[in-house]
Design a protein around this ligand. Structure first.
Ligand SMILES: Nc1ncnc2c1ncn2[C@@H]1O[C@H](COP(=O)(O)OP(=O)(O)OP(=O)(O)O)[C@@H](O)[C@H]1O
Ligand SMILES: [Mg+2]
Length: 251
């Protein structure tokens, strides 16, 4: 079951002043939305607010109309919002299968967990091959896929991905983006943060540019890619090339 998120006027920080200074945007149901922005813009802070790890000082987050802001991480998880954090988060000394098992621990029902694991392996067959390996022995890209698989154990309505391509070679990043597309095709609503702005926005239906704790621009992924100023700031000024290519495809 997919779901939509609405962020309205989110103000949040860590005590040393506000990092998010009134953030509002929509994460539409079933779509991929990508947040881009410079280092320190508040992207990870935003993810922490959505997963309940950080309580906003002001503003609301609603999931299909139900208020989330102020709920505990567990309550938010129970509503089907699952985060894959920026730093690698598998238990390195445990096997991939054990990590997946833990991903489903709130389900309690062993048969359900087993069934989910089969479904996840069906979606990412390579993860099944690593099932018996210690998670810490996997490459960065393999760990990302295993982290996605673990998140899918809860059959999430919304998946929050914080910089999934970070530290990966372009080729491995492309595999990870393919996996994001697969999770989207599986019906989940996806909110993605990416430093790799061009790749993230190409993948996304919707794009949001976060700058200094506020939304500078929101639109379709293509609109953001083609925006002249954004192109120069984040995309190395090459957005025109992308636009030209896409125009050719349209004709
Ligand atoms: N736990 C924390 N305690 C105090 N300040 C923090 C904490 N985490 C982040 N900050 C500060 O909040 C601001 C925004 O950080 P955040 O991690 O949200 O940015 P970001 O957009 O995710 O950046 P990056 O692209 O580097 O991941 C920064 O100034 C950072 O120093
Ligand atoms: Mg971050």
């Amino acid at each position: 079951m997919a779901a939509s998120l609405t962020l309205d006027g989110i103000v949040a920080g860590y005590g040393g002043g506000d990092v998010l200074r009134g953030v509002s945007f929509e994460v539409p149901e079933g779509a991929i939305t990508c947040v881009v922005g410079p280092n320190g813009a508040g992207k990870s802070t935003l993810m922490r607010v959505l997963s309940g790890l950080l309580k906003p000082r002001k503003g609301t987050v609603t999931l299909n109309g139900e208020k989330l802001a102020g709920k505990s991480p567990r309550q938010i998880l129970d509503r089907g919002v699952v985060q894959v954090p920026q730093d690698h988060s598998l238990f390195g000394d445990m096997t991939v299968a054990e990590n997946l098992d833990l991903g489903g621990y709130i389900l309690r029902d062993r048969d359900l967990i087993r069934g989910r694991m089969e479904r996840v392996y069906g979606m990412f067959p390579e993860v099944r091959q690593w099932a018996g390996r210690k998670a810490g022995s996997l490459s960065g890209g393999q760990q990302r896929l295993a982290e996605f698989a673990r998140a899918l154990m809860l059959d999430p309505a919304v998946i929050l991905l914080d910089e999934p391509s970070m530290g990966l070679s372009p080729r491995t990043a492309a595999t990870v983006f393919g996996a994001v597309r697969q999770m989207s095709a599986g019906g989940a609503t996806i909110l993605l943060v990416e430093q790799n702005a061009r790749a993230g926005l190409k993948l996304a239906d919707r794009g949001v540019v976060l700058e200094n704790g506020v939304v500078r621009l929101a639109g379709t992924g293509r609109e953001i890619l083609q925006h002249p100023e954004i192109g120069e700031l984040y995309l190395g000024g090459a957005a025109k090339g992308v636009a030209a290519t896409e125009n050719r495809q349209v004709r």
